[in-house]
Design a protein around this ligand. Structure first.
Ligand code: GLN
Length: 268
């Protein structure tokens, strides 16, 4: 099942993950992404150190090899937005400009863009990492809820979404992928998520990574490259047959792949 990475000269490999606002932003299984990073490291003999970054904590981007922020309700986002503005937005932007890998899910993704205008209450200024903004259409308008699938690079990503906010990308906002099934950023333009340098924003909960092992490894490899530079080992392959079975089952359920594995052209 597991195999060690093939760079013994580096001795034990270490990575440090900063988990932003684990108490406030953690819904629809988001913590499962942390567990996935942890397990996929453990299977390769990589020690993953997880540091909680709570309200009031200072953030030194140089101390982390990757960051994760989950989703949450408007109320929690209000609290977090204040702390982001006062404490963390500036070092976060500096870290991302230097290539710090980031995974930001739903409410966290919204707060890493320019602003989030919630259903009620004042507009929440974001960290300004993603060239995007989000507007909640109000409680009378149906939320974007359900299973999602999108094209990502030469593969697919699957997950679950539940958001009232609709996100729009600016000229520098590069989508993570194109929607094959589900709502994505705004149910209008067929885009999902946003990518800026090594920062990835997405609406995919579920949690996202257990059923998308290729994406988990993509981000882990970026973290290894950041930590070890040119000497960084390539992540050794794992037996992800269970993960791909779950992935395939969702693609079939969404009618994107037939029982015989034939891909149906769906969506954008
Ligand atoms: N509160 C935000 C919205 O409704 C984000 C929700 C979430 O993180 N799932 O759009």
């Amino acid at each position: 099942m597991a195999s060690l990475t093939d760079s013994p000269m580096l001795g034990e490999l270490n990575l440090t993950l900063g988990h932003l606002y684990p108490e406030q932003l953690n819904i629809y299984g988001d913590r499962g992404n942390i567990v996935t990073f942890q397990q996929r490291c453990r299977w390769r003999g990589i020690a993953l150190h997880i540091v909680a970054l709570d309200l009031g904590d200072a953030l030194d981007p140089a101390a982390y090899d990757l960051l994760f922020i989950g989703g949450g309700q408007d109320k929690e986002q209000d609290e977090v937005a204040r702390d982001l503005r006062e404490q963390k937005a500036e070092p976060l932007r500096a870290g991302v400009e230097e290539g710090l890998p980031v995974l930001a899910v739903c409410g966290g993704y919204q707060l890493f863009a320019h602003f989030y205008r919630p259903a009620e209450g004042p507009e929440l200024l974001g960290a300004g990492i993603f060239d995007a903004w989000t507007i909640h259409r109000g409680k009378a308008v149906a939320r974007c809820v359900g299973n999602v699938a999108l094209n990502w690079e030469t593969s697919t990503l699957i997950g679950f979404e539940n958001h009232g906010g609709r996100t729009y990308l600016g000229p520098k906002g590069r989508p993570l992928g194109r929607v094959l099934a589900g709502h994505g950023n705004n149910s209008e333009d067929g885009d999902e998520g946003c990518v800026y340098h090594n920062a990835y924003g997405t609406y995919l909960h579920g949690s996202l990574l257990p059923k998308n092992p290729h994406f988990a490894d993509h981000i882990l490899q970026l973290a290894l490259n950041r930590r070890y530079g040119p000497a960084a080992p390539r992540l050794s392959p794992l037996d992800d047959s269970l993960e791909w079975q779950a992935h395939g089952a969702m693609l079939r359920r969404l009618g994107i792949v037939s029982e015989k594995g034939v891909v149906h052209a769906v969506g954008g």
